[in-house]
Design a protein. Structure first.
Length: 448
């Protein structure tokens, strides 16, 4: 049997809505869902634990939907981060960037990731009880290993569709530079000790910690399933669209008819060959498009991070730049203010020392010595004056005024580049929207 594990955060309609998972919609209008069997579904969330409803009217007892408990989790655990970031935005006069915890819950970069698990196909699969036992052990082990930075928010076992499967939603988080916990996948996986597949190469689409994490989860899931007596095909099976799974199902049925001695054997074989080629072509095109979309999404993530962090960067760099500028400028001023005075005295000293002078040598030597002392005094006086200037420039009032001036200049130089990044980000968003709408994606090709 096949074991399927697919991840995703968003589709053509935006981020995935958990109302599908806890059946918070009219089941009578869904042909692929058996409303009577929905009573056998099992639900779990971080706030309420296990819940199961044997009667449809008992649904009124479900005071907190999955959407409600996820909203509450983000409010409790990421509220400090949102407040802190908003305060920094206000300090930097960019209140238009302020967000709420609901905003980051609905953002496709910081929303929960959803994973769908299924063992088997429509024709051959494990029972819901077996799937539940495997997944409970797997989830418990994931909590033990990764629970500091990966938190399971809710999961639902659906036994009301063609194949039992589980929808599980989780979030990655880690402390930022300000000590605030916030959703950030890459930093969370780094904190858990996951390395890049190729540490000596640049992080990217084919070299990131999520790949290592997903591989570790897959191995763990297979090991647990096999401990429960299941014999599974360990060959990875990647993504897919729902219509392609239906094509595979049709091909299998046609092969059965041929094996039974169908009179149109030759025709059936031709049809199967044509359809198989079509499926392969569609899959090939789908994978190429998915890779292009993932590349653009990663690029978009990087652009968003740069845009969000630029104000903090300007603030930090401006303070350092001002301090260094004071040092460099005062050194330059000291050199320039001394240069002309010392040059004049030095020229006069050389003139007195010249053999052509008729004054007694003793007098000239004394004058030269005194001129040397004058030069030393000029250097000492310049150092004292510029030390006072430097101290004045580093006083809190003067320093803050200088930093603000530097920041203003730095912001002006960054704005043009930042505007370019924003335009590029908007263009990528539009490209992704058009590509996804043209591909009619489902939620990782699984049944719903």
């Amino acid at each position: 049997m096949k074991l399927t594990r697919h991840n995703g955060r968003s589709g053509k309609n935006g981020v995935y809505n958990p109302k599908h998972n806890d059946r918070r919609f009219d089941l009578e209008n869904s042909d692929h869902i058996d409303a009577e069997r929905s009573k056998r579904n099992i639900y779990w969330d971080w706030l309420n634990g296990y819940r199961r409803f044997s009667k449809s009217e008992a649904q009124v007892e479900l005071r907190d939907t999955f959407a409600d408990v996820e909203k509450q989790y983000y409010s409790i655990y990421y509220g400090d981060f949102v407040k802190g970031q908003n305060a920094r935005n206000e300090k930097n006069r960019h209140t238009e960037r302020n967000r709420t915890t609901d905003d980051i819950l609905k953002n496709k970069h910081t929303c929960p990731e959803e994973t769908v698990y299924q063992i088997g196909t429509m024709d051959e699969h494990v029972t819901a009880d077996v799937l539940q036992r495997v997944m409970e052990e797997y989830i418990a082990e994931c909590k033990r290993r990764f629970g500091d930075h990966i938190h399971i928010l809710d999961w639902a076992l659906h036994d009301d569709e063609a194949t039992p499967h589980i929808h599980e939603r989780h979030v990655f988080d880690c402390e930022n530079r300000y000590g605030e916990v916030c959703p950030q996948q890459e930093k969370a996986l780094e904190a858990l000790g996951f390395e890049l597949p190729e540490p000596d190469k640049k992080k990217g689409r084919f070299n990131n910690r999520k790949m290592v994490y997903d591989s570790a989860c897959r191995v763990l899931l297979f090991d647990i399933a096999e401990r429960h007596g299941l014999h599974l095909d360990r060959k990875p099976e990647y993504g897919g669209r729902k219509y392609l799974e239906k094509q595979d199902y049709i091909l299998a049925k046609q092969k059965e008819q041929i094996a039974a001695g169908d009179n149109t054997l030759q025709r059936q074989q031709e049809v199967i060959s044509q359809q198989a080629q079509m499926v392969r072509s569609q899959r090939s095109e789908m994978y190429r498009n998915d890779e292009a979309i993932r590349t653009q999404e990663q690029h978009l993530d990087e652009l968003v991070m740069k845009i969000d962090d630029v104000e903090v960067l300007i603030d930090d760099v401006s303070r350092i730049a001002y301090n260094k500028a004071v040092e460099v400028v005062t050194d330059a001023v000291r050199a320039e203010t001394q240069k002309e005075d010392i040059r004049i005295i030095s020229d006069y000293r050389d003139w007195l020392s010249s053999p052509e002078r008729k004054d007694p040598k003793a007098k000239r030597d004394y004058a030269v010595m005194r001129l040397g002392s004058v030069m030393d005094r000029i250097k000492v006086a310049a150092r004292k004056v510029l030390s006072k200037v430097q101290q004045t420039l580093m006083q809190p009032e003067a320093r803050e005024a200088g930093v603000e001036a530097v920041k203003g200049k730095a912001r002006e130089s960054v704005l043009t580049r930042l505007d370019q990044k924003k335009v590029e980000s908007a263009q990528l968003e539009e490209q992704l929207r058009q590509q996804r709408s043209s591909q009619r994606p489902t939620r990782n090709g699984m049944e719903h």
